[in-house]
Each structure stands twice: as C-alpha cells, then as structure tokens.
Design a binder for this molecule. Structure first.
Ligand code: HEM
Length: 416
C-alpha cells in the first residue's frame, strides 16, 4: 500500500488566513460605478486599481509608475502582446514568492515550453473524464448533507467546498488533509501583504508536493500528479520545481476562481428569476448562462503585466518600467462592446468574447475544467432541489470585494 505524505499545518494552527484574505480583497459591494468613471477618463488611466478601493498596500509594486488599462480593446492588446507586456517582471515579486516557478511567472520561451506540456492534462476530452468520476460524486455528497432540510446557504454548504474537493480528489489527497491544504494555499498569498505565514505556507506545501511527486513517480496512478509527472511533449518533461509550483497554485488558480465563479452564477440566476426559470427548463442554456455570469462578475477583477519597452496604447505613451493593472472587470463591462453592460442577460447578443479567462498566451489553462464543473454543479442543483429559489426570510446575496468578488451567503429554499 502507498503511504501518502502528511501536510503539516502552520506552526500557529489558529491563524486564519481567510480573514486576512478578506482584508486584502476588500468589502466593496459594487466597484462598477468607479470602474465606469475611470473608463470614461480613457482606456489608459494613471494609478493603481487597488488604490481606488483600499488603503492596504501590497509589496509587489514598490515605487513603480502604474497605469490601469480599462477598455476592452486596450486590455486585449496588452494580453496579446507579451513581447511588450511581460508576466515575469509583473509577477516575480508576488506569485513568484508565493508559488515559485509557476507558468504565470514565465514568459516565452520557458512559458511556451512548459505550458504545452501542462495543457495536455487540461484538454476538453481529458477533463471530461473527471466529470462522472470526481465532480458528480463530490457535488452529490455535498447536496446530500442539506437536501432534507428544504433550505441552505449555498456558499457555506456548497460553492465554498466543491471545487476544492474536486482538486483533493484529482490529486487523491486524503479528505481530512483537504482543509489544511486549502488554508495553506490561501496563506501563501499573504506574502503579498507581508505576512510571515505566507512563506511558511509556501515552504510546507513545497515539502509536501515534493514528497508526493517522488511517490507518484515511483508508483504512478491515475491521479493528476501522476498524469503531470508523465506528461511529455517531444520527449520534454516538466521539471520538479515547475510541477510543484503548479500544484501550489492549483487551489488559488483553479479552486478559488471556480468557487467565486459558481457563486456569481448562482447569485445572478437566483436574483433574475425569469432567467433562472429559462435555464432550469432548457439546460442547453447553461453554457451561455455561465459565460454571461463570468462576463458580468469576473472573479479576478484584474491581473498585471510589466512594460519592457516604451510603447503606446490609444495615443497614451507608456514608458518601459511601468506596472500595468489590467482591469478585466472593466473590459467585460465596456459599453462599446457589451450594450447595457451592467445588466445580467443570458440572452444578450454575443458579438465579443468576455475576458474572464484572459486571452493570448496565458489564457486560462483550466477553462474547460471550470466550465465542466460549473455545468455539472448547476445541473445537479436543479435536478435535486426542486423549485430552488432565494429564501424570502433572509437577505439576498450580495457580491463583495474589489479584487476577488463573491457573496458571503446565498440563502435558498427548495421543495423537499
Ligand atoms: C471560473 C474559473 C476560472 C477563472 C475565472 C479563471 C481565470 C483565469 C485568468 C483570468 C487567467 C489569466 C491570468 C493572467 O493572464 O494574468 C488564468 C490563468 C490560469 N488559470 Fe484559470 N481561471 C479559472 C479556473 C481555472 C481552473 C479550474 C484551473 C485549473 C487548472 C486554472 C488554472 C489556471 C492556470 C494554471 C493559469 C495560468 C496560465 C498561464 O499563465 O499560462 N484556472 N485563469
């Protein structure tokens, strides 16, 4: 029998990284009026996105000149010109410290080389295999826990668990280790605001995944770590350091985003009962409901790039050395591309692709997995919870946050 390694908790097990994360991501209920004001000033506006909403500084940018890129075309331009707008310099002091040599911290040629190997594990036909074997059982076990009560808080009893449990199952982690993994993964990001627990978490996850990888290399199975350890393109394999950094990033890149995206989707549908009824009655609408929810409330409102040669966007000169705040949330609500952009409307004309998964070389590698998980989650909720609706005795869901957005609660009722 294979004995899997044990993940060590933080030396202060009472430390709660989720509370600190909330401080950093903020409690702004609606950043969009400010985002629209900024967009009216132009596609490129001086300053930092975070500074629009909070006094809390991060350690990433120091004294660098910063601009916000806001319009859809301008955001697309930055995403698709990696030779000018780089990830390496943008993320090395932040994600590089938290995760190590992750693909988010790389530019070509390393990025191209390693990404094509990772990609093999996340192609649509590959992730499809996890639908029945992993996603459905995880989703159903969570629903089983509250189905008899006729009511639930879908954040605390559902969305805040299922994508993480999917990841635990993908790497065949023992379920009781899951909460420690989740906690350490969130704690890693606190390096960004200078908390010492950030580096402790990074180091402990590194030790754990290093050992897990060694075991999987010796005894390959059907889990994701074995798949990635075996993945190769033209005889090229992933180095341990790159693979371990990817696993460190998985909860944040894959779990947290899908948790928030599903919460936004449920919030949107439940607060628009006509559209909820339409999707419930015709499940072929689920795909466009997911796309519209991700456009309307992109879970990570912004990302970053760094300018390595003097350039210009929309007539605005941007010197080499500028730190770019790439505001996906404003691109997704650019009125020049999406009419009545603040409205959630699954039937809107879809002339332009949203940028919730970004674009260009760093386009989200997990987008097919995320959409598959969200589709299965919604189908199971509809199938098993008849007449799912907001609980009229409780406050309606309210998305909060200016960097990462999601609601605290989604209180619902259903027939039993
Ligand atoms: C609704 C869910 C998700 C959203 C909204 C989302 C969003 C994004 C965005 C915006 C980026 C690009 C960031 C940038 O270029 O700066 C990205 C990249 C990435 N995502 Fe996702 N993501 C989601 C789910 C997932 C899942 C399930 C995985 C699991 C594998 C994943 C793994 C990654 C990785 C590894 C990258 C880096 C790709 C690269 O740099 O080449 N994501 N994601």
């Amino acid at each position: 029998m294979i004995v899997l390694p044990k993940l060590e908790d933080l030396s202060d097990p009472t430390f709660d990284p989720f509370e600190m994360e909330k401080l950093s991501t903020g409690d702004c209920p609606d950043p969009y009026p400010r985002i629209h004001e900024l967009m009216e000033q132009g596609s490129v506006v001086e300053g930092s996105y975070r500074d629009q909403f909070t006094e809390i500084r991060d350690v990433q940018t120091g004294d660098l000149a910063q601009v916000m890129v806001l319009g859809y075309d301008a955001v697309m331009h930055v995403l698709t010109h990696p030779e000018i707008f780089t990830n390496r310099e943008a993320f090395l002091p932040s994600l590089g410290v938290s995760f190590g040599e992750s693909i988010s911290v790389m530019d070509a040629p390393d990025h191209t080389r390693y990404r094509r190997i990772f990609q093999k594990a996340f192609l649509p036909q590959v992730v499809a295999k996890w639908g029945e074997t992993i996603v459905d059982p995880v989703v159903n076990a969570l629903i089983d826990k509250f189905i008899d009560t006729g009511k639930a808080d879908l954040v605390h009893q559902f969305t805040h668990h299922y994508p993480f449990q999917v990841i635990y199952a993908q790497i065949e982690m023992e379920p009781e280790q899951g909460p420690v993994f989740h906690k350490l993964a969130i704690a890693q990001l606190l390096s960004l605001i200078g908390a010492p627990q950030g580096q402790e978490a990074t180091q402990k996850l590194g030790t754990f995944f290093g050992e897990l990888l060694r075991i999987r290399r010796e005894n390959p199975g059907t889990d994701l770590v074995s798949d990635l350890a075996r993945a190769e393109v033209d005889g090229d394999y992933l180095p341990d350091e790159v693979l371990i950094s990817f696993l460190r990033q998985l909860i944040n890149a894959g779990g947290d985003t899908t948790f928030r995206g599903t919460s936004a989707l449920l919030t949107a549908l439940l607060t628009h009962p006509d559209q909820l009824d339409a999707v419930r009655a015709d499940r072929s609408l689920i795909s466009q409901a997911i796309d519209e929810a991700l456009r309307w409330e992109v879970p990570p409102t912004s990302t970053f790039r760094y300018v390595i040669q003097d350039t210009e966007i929309d007539g605005v000169k941007i010197p080499k050395g500028t730190f770019i705040n790439l505001v996906l949330a404003s691109a997704n609500r650019d009125p020049r591309k999406f009419s009545n952009p603040d409205k959630f409307d699954i039937f809107r004309e879809r002339k332009h692709r949203h940028v919730a998964f970004a674009s260009g070389p760093h386009l989200c590698i997990g987008q097919h997995l995320a959409k598959m998980e969200m589709t299965r989650a919604l189908n199971q909720l509809f199938d098993r919870l008849p007449n799912l609706r907001l609980d009229p005795d409780m406050p309606p869901p309210q998305l909060i946050g200016h960097i990462l957005r999601s609601p605290e609660h989604i209180w619902v009722k259903f027939d039993t």
